[in-house]
Design a protein around this ligand. Structure first.
Ligand code: MN
Length: 258
């Protein structure tokens, strides 16, 4: 890499979130940090893109902007407008307030912002912090800095991001992992509003994780940082191979069901 790297920092917890500020500060020594983040919290908005109304940015300071949209909007606007002259060398999303492990990466605005970077051709990292008694964003920020420096030097495969989860206690190590599996126990809670109408709350219970070795959850639970490479291509290569080996009746030729 030539010259000073440009680093785009975003998140889904909003511009004012402490995790974002700690992350941006820690990356300052690596290059020119730009922050483009939602003006209000956008957790669990996944990869939503705002298409049916205009977006507005607000300049908070030099290279610091809020957007009245989603994390994906922030990355899109950063690359397409705010930083359009020289695009960033890396997108770092986080530090999220709470983990993004297993199937939760599909709901996560933090991970989706990083994927938007990947889609637009910029290597990306997503960083999330487990919240429990005594947690601090500083170990996660320190590791994010080390990992960002590594990615700036080595790059990443074109469809890949690194999803990082950091335990609440100071980490005792770093481990490469797969996505874990969570059992859904939360369900839906039905209540009545003050006018007697039914209302519903999604979630609320404690998530139950399966203790599968080599996955993110037991790694973080054991006090280590987990780093999971995620690929944009969701094709199930294994099942595709099996289907092709013994094609079902609805595949191919004149006899196909279309
Ligand atoms: Mn969040």
């Amino acid at each position: 890499m030539e010259g000073t790297p440009r680093i785009l920092v975003t998140n889904d917890d909003g511009y004012a979130a402490q995790g974002l500020q700690v992350l941006a500060d820690s990356l300052e020594s690596l290059g020119e940090v730009w922050v483009v983040a939602p003006n209000v919290e956008q957790s669990a908005v996944s990869h939503a893109l705002t298409l049916h109304r205009p977006l507005r940015t607000h300049r908070m300071a030099e290279r610091r902007f809020t957007v009245d949209g989603t994390p994906t909007d922030c990355v899109t606007l950063a690359l397409g407008a705010l930083m359009a002259d020289v695009p960033p060398d890396i997108v770092v999303s986080g530090i999220n307030f709470g983990p993004n492990m297993g199937v939760d990466v599909h709901y996560s605005g933090t991970v989706s912002a990083a994927f938007e970077g990947v889609i637009l051709g910029v290597p990306a990292i997503a960083v999330s912090q487990v919240i429990a008694e005594g947690y601090s964003f500083h170990p996660a920020a320190k590791f994010a800095r080390e990992l960002t420096a590594w990615v700036l030097e080595h790059g990443l495969p074109p469809e890949t991001l690194l999803n990082v989860n950091v335990p609440a206690a100071p980490p005792v190590g770093v481990r490469l992992t797969r996505l874990g599996t969570r059992r859904y126990t939360e369900g839906v809670l039905e209540q009545r509003d003050p006018r007697g109408r039914r209302i519903y709350w999604i979630g609320g219970g404690e998530p139950l994780w399966e203790n599968i070795p080599g996955t993110d959850f037991p790694t973080v639970h054991g006090g280590e940082v987990s780093v999971t490479p995620l690929n944009l291509d969701m094709t199930d290569a294994e099942f595709l191979k099996r289907l092709k080996a013994g094609p079902p009746s609805w595949v191919g030729g004149e006899t196909a069901g279309v």
